[in-house]
Design a protein around this ligand. Structure first.
Ligand code: 89V
Length: 347
């Protein structure tokens, strides 16, 4: 049920992620969808019926013109190709907007989007949810507690045989694939833990040529934390046969002068110090609307939306502002530069 103080928003896009984004908004409360746009209007109509959205459009500008006096923000849940044009449209109409990651297919596009939002004076956020996963938050808390001492290395692995293209076929068409799709998440987690990188070295490959256009395997080495910490990220969507598919779990191994921390399968966090090892299971909340195959990711959508909602209400500063995410995107493109040149790239 909507409250007078609920923020009112429009949805752009009616694809795979829209259902979970809308369910997460409904879960946290405090924001109600009042309009939805999709090029193929039948898909928007289906979501409008499912989520009680009163107004449906097949033209985003018509939506903004008709609804903007009544809108607090737009949640842009389109594929990557829709991110720049629709962000520019929100800037033109002076409406705050949340955009899915990755922000855009090139650094130039990202910078143009940032400029347009800044010129228009509109709040601009990126829906970057990975850092909101429960075990990722818990490992950050442990890192910040100092119990590991000087952290000199961190391994972040997200290696999967999952058919990610089944629900998101557009990913097969991307010239830049795994570093933009998954690398944005994982490099954002590295920044969340250790701040900005000083240099990046990256190697990529495509193990599914003819089936997908971009790289689907990437190994990224970062020097971070004022040179004190080396971070190695191993990423793959390679249809590799695995004993047990763990998509979309992220695994960690962190080494410090006073201890080590491991995040392994089933959200088990092992913390080892001179006193011994403690073991805890940090599982994500289980929402009825989440697709079990994406449980931890879908749960993190609710936490990410809650952070953005609080910022949209002026109650706090969001973690994943456009400005903050620009730093993640710059790292992604520095990784591409390294992969292309074979050199380590200073950041
Ligand atoms: O969250 C995402 O951006 C997805 C996934 C991580 C599943 O690849 O595309």
């Amino acid at each position: 049920m909507s409250d007078k103080k609920d923020l009112r928003f429009a949805v752009f896009g009616a694809g795979f992620w829209t259902r979970f984004q809308l369910a997460a908004w409904r879960e946290i409360g405090g924001a109600v969808p009042v309009a939805i746009y999709n090029r193929t209007i039948a898909k928007a109509e289906a979501y409008a019926r499912e989520f009680n959205i009163p107004n449906v459009y097949d033209d985003p500008e018509a939506l903004l013109v008709a609804e903007k006096s009544d809108l607090d923000f737009v949640d842009n849940i389109t594929e990557i190709g829709g991110h720049k044009p629709l962000t520019l449209l929100c800037a033109k109409h002076g409406i705050a907007t949340i955009c899915q990651k990755p922000m855009a297919p090139s650094l130039a596009d990202v910078e143009e989007m940032m400029q347009a939002c800044s010129d228009a004076g509109i709040p601009f956020f990126i829906h970057e949810n990975w850092r909101w996963q429960t075990p990722i938050r818990e490992t950050k808390r442990i890192l910040d507690s100092g119990v590991l001492g000087e952290v000199f290395r961190c391994r972040i692995d997200m290696i999967s045989g999952f058919d990610v293209w089944a629900n998101q076929p557009a990913l097969a068409e991307l010239e830049n694939f795994i570093l933009t799709d998954l690398g944005t998440h994982i490099l954002d987690v590295a920044r969340f833990y250790f701040g900005e990188a000083e240099s990046v070295y990256c190697q990529t490959r495509n193990t599914l040529p003819g089936k997908i256009k971009g790289e689907n395997v990437a190994t990224v080495a970062l020097r971070m934390n004022q040179g004190k910490t080396d971070v190695v990220c191993a990423l793959a969507y390679a249809k590799t046969p695995l004993e047990r598919e763990r998509f979309p779990e992220t695994f960690l191994f962190i080494e410090g002068s006073e201890g080590s921390l491991e995040l392994g399968p089933d959200y088990i966090v092992r913390l080892t110090t001179k006193e011994g090892t403690s073991l805890r299971r940090v599982k994500p909340p289980r929402y009825f609307w989440a697709d079990p195959a994406y449980d931890i990711v879908h749960a993190s959508i609710a936490a990410c939306n809650a952070d953005l909602l609080s910022a949209l209400k002026g109650e706090s500063i969001a973690e994943t502002t456009g400005e903050d995410n620009l730093k993640t995107i710059r790292l992604v493109y520095a990784a591409y530069e390294s992969a292309a040149t074979g050199n380590s790239v200073p950041c």
